[in-house]
Write a protein that binds this ligand. Structure first.
Ligand SMILES: *Cc1c(COP(=O)(O)O)cnc(C)c1O
Length: 230
């Protein structure tokens, strides 16, 4: 689906950014990519990077400039939140109530507020994590949530089914957009402030943009194919 990229990282970034509508945040997904490749993107002026693994992220954080905004986009285990809590800019992949509880606790310890997105399961594949709609509604209406003073829920994240069927992808993204819009309209809470809809990866970001995405997460299109994959 994705062709290998032979241009420089800087060229790739410039080309993608040129074609993006205004007010779209581009996350450069740098999992499994070397420090040097990240430095190349940084040198081109890019500041938002996404990682999937806490250990890898922590090492990269230590080695790279401190004005990078790090996004956590992978499955996050509660016992690993502490490694990224001191510096993480946005956690996209909150998929359990217990995880929010732990993020709030670690944010408090670090005297900060951690911004979060709730991951919603929209794909047909069973393997993708996330709340379903009913669980999400239950979450945002729960009284316990209102006591989490060290987190802010800023929006939703989702991953469409990995398929060539554009209609299928579009249907899933639009479902999420609708949930985003109704929540934004209906929910009044100091903890919840719906601003961000994080949908779209290298193979489907153009569809995501048509469906109202304002944050896209691109790895392969920027850095080329990843060397290894879990
Ligand atoms: C790896 C990953 C991406 C980037 O994928 P590409 O297909 O390389 O653009 C985006 N989002 C999440 C959650 C990922 O795990």
């Amino acid at each position: 689906m994705i062709h290998s990229v032979h241009h420089s990282i800087q060229d790739n970034l410039n080309q993608i950014k040129q074609e993006l509508p205004p007010n779209i945040t581009l996350i450069a997904v740098s999992k499994f990519q070397s420090i040097n490749k990240i430095k190349e993107a940084y040198g081109a002026g890019h500041r938002d990077f996404g990682e999937n693994y806490t250990q890898e992220l922590k090492e990269k954080y230590q080695q790279l400039p401190k004005d990078i905004r790090w996004h956590f986009i992978g499955h996050l285990q509660t016992n690993k939140v502490k490694y990224i809590a001191p510096f993480i800019h946005l956690i996209h992949s909150v998929d359990k109530f217990n995880l929010l509880y732990e993020i709030n606790k670690q944010a408090f310890k670090n005297k900060r507020i951690i911004n979060c997105l709730i991951q919603i399961h929209i794909a047909q594949e069973e393997t993708k994590f996330g709340f379903n709609k009913a669980e999400f509604i239950e979450l945002i209406q729960s009284k316990n949530l209102q006591e989490f003073n060290n987190i802010k829920i800023l929006g939703l994240m989702g991953m469409a089914t990995y398929t060539d069927n554009k209609e299928q992808i579009k249907k899933e993204f639009l479902e999420l957009k609708q949930l985003f819009d109704t929540t934004k309209k209906d929910i009044k809470s100091p903890i919840i402030d719906m601003q961000i809809l994080s949908i779209g990866m290298s193979n489907d970001y153009k569809i995501a943009l048509e469906c109202g995405s304002n944050m896209i997460r691109l790895g392969t299109l920027i850095f080329g194919e990843r060397k290894k994959e879990n």
